[in-house]
Design a protein around this ligand. Sequence first.
Ligand code: ATP
Ligand code: MG
Length: 140
Amino acid sequence: MIERTLSIIKPDGVSRNLIGAVVTRLEQEGLKIVAMKMIRMSKEEAKGFYKVHEGKPFYESVTDFMSSGPCVVMILEGDDGIQRYRKLMGATNYKEAEEGTIRRNFATDIEKNVVHGSDSVENADYEINYFFNALEIAGR
Ligand code: ATP
Ligand code: MG
C-alpha cells in the first residue's frame, strides 16, 4: 500500500551538515520526497509534536533539543513507506540500530539521533498535518 510518512532531520543532523547524506539515503531507498522545508520549532511547538510522549522522563529534554535549532521536515511517499523508512532509520538507540541504518551511521546519542519517522498511519496523518498544509504538498 502506498503510504505517506513524516520525516524530520533533527537539529543535530542539520548542524552537523548531514542534510545531503540523509536525503541521499531516502532517495536511494526509493522513497519520494513530496514536500520539504526548513523550520525552527518553539518549545511549545515541539511539545505539541511529541505530545504522545507527554509525562515520559525524556519529554522535557527531547522537546528542548527539538526546539534548539532548525530542522528539515519532509513528507515521504512510497509502497509500505512508514515501515520502510523506520527500517532505514534504525532503532531509537543508535547502539542497537542495525548496521547500515541512518542512526547507526550518524547518531551520537539516544536523544540526538539525527532523524525522526512516523510509527503508524494515525501518527503519520497527525504529524503531516502538524507541519504542512495542502498547498505545500506536491502532486505526483
Ligand atoms: P522518533 O519518534 O523521533 O522517530 P522513535 O520513534 O525511534 O523516534 P520514540 O520512543 O518515539 O523513538 O522517542 C522519541 C524521541 O525521544 C527519540 O527519537 C529520542 O530523540 C528521544 N528519546 C527516546 N527515548 C529516549 C531516552 N530513553 N532518553 C533520551 N531520549 C530519548
Ligand atoms: Mg517515535
